[in-house]
Write a protein that binds this ligand. Structure first.
Ligand SMILES: [Zn+2]
Length: 410
């Protein structure tokens, strides 16, 4: 089982937007583009919301049935490890193996020596699409080899419990303190091939900052340079290391990275490669935008969510501390927001490319504020149903216009 050339992680925190998300993929198809739909949800999100992988899969299947969507679709156990994977197993056909906890751990001297011996061919000129040094393979042996071995153990655990060819595997190393270099990525993939993990996609840590709900922070040229070098490496890994055909890079925290999409498109088009883009929380922000745009009780609920999030900022940010950067002093005061009309609230929260009215601190706080809504229970889902038209229009437009179109159609 493999992914198509383009695949998009479309988180749906409360499981209410499957049909609106599928409508975005239908719009893409009408314009001549195709992408797999991947409903991703992490263990952390399930625990905060009080949902389960069974709910996630049932919501996805119901949306597929109601719309009659006939393209490939997946349910992703996002950022799982051996400790958390069990409850996902019966319900998911995409597993994102996260080995962050094992990065930097030591392997046995024998395993280290075997890897260094095995990876030595990389040092020959032209062996890989990037120059690799002895220091690179030693860094990988010391920093990432244990993590790849842990990924192999996790993959084999999943494979023993799932029918053959019934799922795809992603390996994520995006939550590290420093980016991997292209030479390190090549050296990591040698270890992946030795573990015989049939990866569909690999998420390295790229240069720059990928913060929740806002645009890429950093040097676009540096990102695109790394993305191009590493795309060449994954193509090489298919040809030379025997990784599965269609193997590709994955970009995490990929929503709202408007400065990058056309560059990514140009690179994958030129190289004949693919990409997986993982977005998660943006859909729930569009639910809030849609409620605010509806005005009346919808706007009132959106303001209440902001006010509660403002009061509980430290608690909400804690699980996401390394992926948001909120300047508290720049957050609008709740009493100020209370006086806003619908248009003012929408302009502050909605993220259009190059928007001058969007407030990045408020948007990031709302992004991590879904716990507030989870505590509201039926009140929130009832409001989303009541204002279905406004919410669905915002969800679809955000996914198609701002994400799928520039990334896939260019
Ligand atoms: Zn990630």
């Amino acid at each position: 089982m493999q992914l198509s050339r383009f695949s998009i992680g479309t988180g749906d925190r409360f499981g209410l937007e499957g049909e609106a998300q599928i409508a975005a993929f239908e719009e893409l198809r009408a314009q001549g583009g195709e992408a797999d739909i991947v409903w991703n949800k992490s263990n952390r999100e399930h625990l905060i919301i009080g949902s389960s992988p069974a709910d996630q899969a049932a919501r996805a299947a119901a949306a597929i049935q109601r719309t009659g969507w006939d393209g490939p679709w997946f349910v992703d156990a996002d950022h799982i490890s051996l400790k958390t994977v069990d409850w996902f197993l019966p319900h998911c056909n995409f597993f994102t193996i996260d080995v962050a906890e094992t990065i930097g751990k030591k392997v046995s001297a024998a395993a280290r020596a075997a890897y260094l011996e095995h990876a030595r061919f990389l040092l020959d000129e032209g062996a890989a699409p990037v120059a690799v040094s002895q220091a690179d393979i030693e860094t990988v042996a010391d920093k990432f080899l244990a993590a790849v071995q842990e990924a192999g153990t996790t993959y084999r655990y999943i494979a023993a419990k799932k029918p053959k060819d019934s799922f795809v595997v992603e390996l994520s190393m995006d939550e590290t303190d420093v980016p991997q270099t292209p030479a390190q990525v090549a050296s990591i993939l040698v270890a992946v091939a030795a573990e015989e993990i049939p990866l569909a996609t690999f998420a390295p840590r790229f240069p720059g900052k990928f913060l929740k709900g806002i645009d890429y922070v950093g040097d676009v040229a540096a990102f695109l340079g790394a993305f191009e070098a590493e795309t060449k490496i994954v193509l090489w890994a298919v040809d030379r290391l025997g990784l599965p055909r269609g193997f590709k890079l994955s970009v995490h925290t990929g929503s709202d990275k408007f400065r990058l999409y056309r560059g990514i498109h140009e690179i994958v088009a030129r190289l004949g490669a693919g990409v997986h883009l993982k977005t998660a929380g943006t859909t729930w922000l569009e639910e809030i935008v849609g409620l605010a745009e509806a005005g009346g009780d919808g706007l009132a609920l959106a303001k209440r969510v902001y006010q509660a999030a403002y009061a509980r900022i430290d608690e909400l940010v804690a699980p996401y501390a390394n992926v948001v950067e909120i300047d508290k002093a720049r957050l609008p005061r709740p009493e100020e927001v209370a006086a806003w009309d619908s248009a003012t609230f929408v302009q502050a929260l909605r993220h259009e490319p190059g928007s001058s009215t969007m407030q990045p601190d408020m948007r990031q706080l709302m992004h991590v504020g879904f716990k507030i809504v989870a505590e509201m229970g039926r009140e929130f889902s009832d409001a989303v149903l009541k204002h279905r038209g406004s919410v669905a229009r915002n969800v679809q437009r955000n996914l198609y216009e701002r994400h799928l179109r520039p990334l896939i159609l260019g």
